[in-house]
Design a binder for this molecule. Sequence first.
Ligand code: HXC
Length: 510
Amino acid sequence: MKHILQELEARRERARAGGGEARIEAQHKRGKLTARERLNLLLDQNSFEEFDMFVQHRNTDFGADKNIIPGDGVVTGWGTINGRMVYVYAKDFTVFGGSLSETHAQKICKIQDMAMQNGAPVIGLLDAGGARIQEGVASLAGYGEVFKRNVLASGVVPQVSVIMGPCAGGDVYSPAMTDFIFMVRDTSYMFITGPEVVKTVTQEDVTPEDLGGARVHTAKSAVADGAYDNDVVAIEEIRRLYDFLPLNNREKPPHWPTTDDPQRAEMSLDTLVPENPNKPYDMKELILKVADESDFFEIGEAFARNMITGFGRLEGSTVGFVANQPMVLAGVLDSDASRKAARFVRFCDCFNIPIVTFVDVPGFLPGVAQEHGGIIKHGAKLLFAFTEATCPKVTVITRKAYGGAYDVMASKHMRADVNYAWPSAQIAVMGAKGAVEIIFRNERGNADAIAERTREYEDRFLNPFVAASRGYIDDVIRPHSTRWRIARSLRMLRNKQVPHIWKKHDNIPL
Ligand code: HXC
């Protein structure tokens, strides 16, 4: 027996050694942790149960049979984060560059299947060069199986990808189908094909950073939802995010004890909106003052900053915040902001996370670039997402809600449950200046008349009471009571159920 136990330990040691000392050292020299070190940080102490550490590839081409490393380049299993179950896989770059073979894929598929069946999220830590080139179509088939499960799991359990090294091919396509992607600055890249292939095909000279670094993907392409300075910070932040996420689509959002009084009044909110309607203010201040303990996990911070999306809590339970940001482009809705918010709204709805929407929007951004860029379709995404969402929805208009953007931003007409406005709200087709110029075009030369008309328009429309008189706004509330009013509404909506008209699925404008 002793001999067998020693054999077992020796085999485990062999698997834990991955690609060997030299490659582990190279990994560390690049400022990266190994797959196992990452999992150690991600999961609660002693909670990791590893599967398939003895799995090895079956390829014999190109001398592959002479190079077999147990575990085959990916560490898989399950554990807990702050006591809540999670399935994990971590690509081991020290083993064949973390590339995916047929058996490597089977390991990932196993935990994806378990996650769907047993109702817990999947977190993938990626640091890998895509399909194992020596395996040909077997590895492509392996990716196909992983992709298929990414799609089947979508909306069943949350899926999170963390890009922690140079990721190519299938190692970016699988993450692309998960709910959130995070990157590590300076050490992680995402591309379909790397700079060398780009040079050959398009003759473009580009560095990995400029092709697919964290800056590009968080601020430009919006492929990634956030980036962190190193592996340790990234993993700490993923643990923080995890505390906001429901385990699956049948569970309520998690609840954490809080000492923050839901009735906490924030008197400073009464003066948040400036007298001058064209003066910006920071909508994040409102979110931070409303959320429990000012704890806010922002999603997509560097992209379309005129829209804020992220998770917070009220009375200890997760809510998704969606808010126009008057500090950036006056909070206007453009294509990027619409896409960003639509995706976030859909995530919240998949997992029954209530959505709290703060509105201060001067309308859709006009212009050739926006029209040619498809703002009609992109804006429709947000309209569609808010409308199809059946999770509890509470909306607060703080200032402007103009034109189509009023409708889009979780208005009553888009099936929001409770719609509040602050006394400073202005709900109208457009601002006074633009409106008067159109309606009273024939008085254009007469400055006094125009001033009078503008005042008339402002008195009549630039307030919340016309909308409130029609029941589109349920109540006009004092800003300092916003936290409590939302919390009470969400209590009231706790058991919300919406009957569905049968359909296979909808056809959101993609
Ligand atoms: C087999 C691979 C590999 C791969 C890397 N390695 N990628 N082995 N298959 N795809 C191995 C290397 O041979 C090397 O082995 C070790 O991993 C480290 O790789 P390096 O190149 O030394 O590291 P680095 O310079 O950091 O470059 C990392 C990299 C580069 C950018 C990922 O290795 C690279 O470009 N790899 C190929 C990427 C690619 O084209 N993949 C196929 C995509 S197609 P040793 O023994 O020297 O340590 C795909 C199909 C699915 O994925 C697509 C679905 C849409």
